[in-house]
Design a protein around this ligand. Structure first.
Ligand code: FE
Ligand code: CA
Length: 521
């Protein structure tokens, strides 16, 4: 917890302890008969309000966050009216809830889209639990969660998954169906949980481009209409962070990629951050306008300290945007390598470097969005949206990795391809000491342009420190961590055009704690 400024306790008054009497007392006389937006009591909820499922997240040794959001009309604003609604919750050690070990009432507030974030405390460490919610005559699906090992204990292993990028229009979530069945302790979701644009493909985005809070709420609800996504959300605790598409493609702090003025874009960012908070099992304070501190750390006894990074909210705008090339591809210009640029922001960078160098656990894990390793994408061109466009910050983090006692594993999303590299202070110098590895997961469903396959294949062939690249497959990654070794299994689905398509392992790599370079398993 020493490195975790964002892991404050929830404001319990805001989320817990509400009752029907309190909610009723706050309602104006005659509100229920008003024509505009009537309120609902639990008894007046006549269809299933648990359409978005359940989820849990940000586990600690003694507690976990439990999430749901009530919505009888999920992709049209939710349909739950203007009143707050009390929701009961239970945590049990068995499937039938014969042995309930924690329970209470949470307030699903209209202001928070009738979402619920419960901090279920008083739990035993390193233990699997079932949980569920009830309102009126309705009971939610049952979720499974797990607390982390006791502080200071020495776990013999941890299995975690990581995934990202699930454009609904590109295909089905066969990957989530298989992910839900994986024997993992926790899942990192590294961003692009939704995509903000309109449009259609294998499936359609309802509504146009998301701009307002209602737009973003409806988009999350559309994604959660997928039963495979709901099943993996309910299967284990998630530790989530965003990338760009939870707000808008390639945004940087208050800089909108399409040129909206900062004040216009920040209003949109506030709506998007609010909707993100409402739909995720987060152990953080709610957003303050357009600001939401989401970077935080998680400790797994003496096995690992995991740093969850936010490389969007505090970054400088992408460097050297070249009109003639388009997008964020560019040769390395002076701006990209300027020491004044940042991708993390000063506070987060200082928090991270202090955390890396003071960590006494066996491993450092960075849950990260955009590719960390040096990656020439075509000849002299680099992607200025990645850490390559912020090399001063990367150098500082590499120095901290070098000074740290523990090797570092960076897990990354964003680019819709699978890849792996050994991380060194000078990536090109194979004689320099390996500091750890980067595993880039592919996407759950977001596509990678087929026309670019030859260029990606050339990277694999020509860039010596990039040891694996696969742009052709969708899926996720499972990492098995022990005190002495990390192993990554790249799991890929046969197709995203069939929700029931099969899963297989594409490649596997190991990393030894005492010589942390990538080795094919
Ligand atoms: Fe993406
Ligand atoms: Ca992205």
């Amino acid at each position: 917890m020493a490195y975790a400024p964002a892991m404050t306790m929830l404001d319990r008054r805001k989320f817990l302890g509400g009752t029907a009497a309190v909610a009723g007392a706050l309602a104006l006389p005659g509100m229920r008969t008003g024509l505009a937006l009537p309120g609902l009591t639990p008894a007046e909820i006549l269809t299933d309000p648990f359409t978005l499922g359940v989820s849990s997240g940000d586990p600690l040794p003694g507690s976990v966050i439990l999430w749901t959001r009530l919505a009888i009309d999920p992709i049209n604003g939710g349909g739950m009216g203007v009143d707050d609604i009390p929701v009961q919750w239970q945590v049990a050690t068995d499937d039938t809830f014969a042995t309930v070990v924690a329970s209470g009432t949470a307030n699903a507030t209209a202001d928070a889209g009738h979402s619920v974030h419960v901090d279920a405390t008083g739990l035993a460490a390193d233990t699997i639990y079932r949980y569920r919610f009830q309102v009126g005559t309705w009971t939610s699906p049952v979720g499974t969660t797990r607390t982390t090992p006791p502080a200071g204990s020495s776990p013999s292993s941890l299995r975690f998954g990581f995934a990202s990028c699930q454009n609904f229009t590109n295909g089905y979530y066969a990957a989530h169906r298989h992910l839900a069945a994986e024997d993992i302790d926790v899942l990192f979701f590294l961003g692009d949980f939704i995509y903000e644009s309109g449009g259609s493909g294998v499936r359609a985005h309802t509504g146009g481009e998301c701009l307002t809070l209602t737009d973003y709420r409806n988009r999350y609800a559309l994604y959660m209409s997928d039963a495979d996504l709901r099943s993996s959300r309910a299967a284990f605790p998630w530790i989530v962070v965003w990338d760009d598409h939870e707000v808008d493609n390639d945004y940087a702090d208050d800089a909108h990629d399409g040129g909206d003025p900062p004040e216009t874009f920040l209003a949109r960012r506030a709506a998007a951050y609010q909707a993100y908070y409402e739909h995720m099992p987060l152990r953080i304070d709610p957003p303050d306008g357009a600001d939401l501190v989401v970077y935080r750390s998680v400790e797994i006894g003496t096995l690992a300290t995991m740093f969850v990074l936010d490389t969007r909210q505090y970054r400088d705008d992408q460097a050297c945007k070249a009109e003639e090339i388009g997008g964020t591809a560019s040769p390395l210009c002076d701006e990209a390598t300027s020491p004044d640029r940042t991708i993390l922001g000063t506070e987060q960078r200082e928090w991270l470097t202090a955390g890396l160098t003071s960590n006494t656990a066996r491993w450092n894990i960075l849950a990260n969005q955009v590719v960390f390793s040096k990656l020439p994408i075509l000849g002299e061109l680099f992607n200025m949206d990645q850490w390559d466009g912020y090399s001063a910050d990367r150098d500082i983090v590499l120095e901290a990795m070098s000074a740290a006692a523990a090797p570092t594993i960076v897990v990354t999303g964003d680019i819709h391809l699978a890849g792996a590299a050994t991380v060194r202070q000078d990536f090109a110098d194979k004689s320099s000491t390996p500091l750890g590895v980067e595993f880039v997961g592919t996407s759950i469903s977001s596509s990678f342009g087929e026309e670019l396959y030859p260029f990606v294949d050339a990277i694999a062939a020509e860039v010596p420190w990039i040891e694996y690249v696969n742009p052709r497959s969708r899926g996720y990654c499972v990492v098995t961590l022990t005190p002495d070794e990390a192993r990554a299994d790249y799991r890929i689905v046969a197709s995203i055009t069939e929700p029931t398509s099969t899963i297989s392992t594409d490649r596997s790599f190991t990393v030894a704690h005492d010589d942390p370079r990538l080795v094919e398993a």
